[in-house]
Ligand binder design. Sequence first.
Ligand code: AMP
Ligand code: MG
Length: 401
Amino acid sequence: MLDFDHAQTLLANAAGPLDRVEDVALADLAGRVLARDLTATVDIPPADNSAMDGYALRAADWSDAARLPVQQRCYAGDTPEPLKPGHAIRLFTGSLIPEGADVVVMQEDAEEADGHVRISRPPALGQHIRLRGEDTLAGAPLLAAGTVLEAAHVALLASQGMATAPARARLRVGILTTGDELVPPGAARAPEQIYNSNGPMLAALARGMGAEPVHVLHARDTEADLLAAFKTLLADCDLVLSVGGVSVGERDLVKPALATLGGELSLWKVRMKPGKPVALAQIGGKPVVSLPGNPVSAYAVFTLLVTPLVRRMQGRETLFPPVSLLPLRTERTRQDSREEFLRVQRRVADDGSAELVPYGHQGSGVISSLPWSTGLARVPADTPVQDKDRVPYYDLRHWLA
Ligand code: AMP
Ligand code: MG
């Protein structure tokens, strides 16, 4: 048996980042991985401008009694005139600061009549002026390679005038489900059959990570069927995930099929619950990961063991999302010889503190526990955990992103 942390590291290193890079338009960038470090080329803001609707003037021209002639009305997008001594220029948020002005007075502190403005309070030098480059300076590092681009990054790139950015090509994932008992959702089901939930689930998990599930194939429990499916997936995909048929049952033919394809194979019984049988093969330089068939096990193993590998192949900066420590609510002492990952809901009590509440039925086939859960709580192997003990919490929002 391989311990959980060791298995996680081994799998995370099963392949390197893909080198395919493409220029992607801003509108399609959210969720993509930046392929190169980017440097700012433009000062942001590019020129001093007003943070308020108001008046630009020289602080030295202010006195309580002064009525300054309004020289120009300068809207955002207009070019200001140089400010004449003893004058004011009317401007608006985003208007450029006229040459010679050193303050902006907000309109709430000004009274304009007959083309003159009176300012009620002495202005402080530089007030309400956004200085050129105070946000970003040209030449400064902008974004690091490996960043997963979200709306905030898109805004930053757009502010620099970039219409596209270099992104890693989407990781192509091939999915293979196995089992004679399975029928696809939407098809007629005989009493001895169940619907294939792992196929659509894994496709959605891959898509949720910004990968592209290129094929979702199904093979009956025969070596010929498995071989044909694996060949298709290996031809078209960067990473292949199979699910089911990887235990030690008579019809568990995934392992022999991978061996036939020349896979350099490692099968581990990972010391984790749910989970346990996980296989990794390298075939023609491509990783094939075989997950346990029970839907909850497949989901947990994907979350904890496969996503770091996916992130690595995507060229991402962070492979292991943060794990926090939170009190676990439990009616009995929990202890197991394997690491146990409970499906839990993170709840926030009235006093603002968070705690983890386990789903009532923790069986590895209980699919209803999955949409209910916000994360997985880790009960360490051979360690008794009592009510309110703090345990590692793997938040699905982070681990499945
Ligand atoms: P296996 O590892 O093939 O023995 O499968 C373990 C359990 O998971 C069995 O109860 C299977 O019926 C179930 N199972 C396997 N694959 C799927 C799937 N794609 N969708 C739903 N259940 C599955
Ligand atoms: Mg099976």
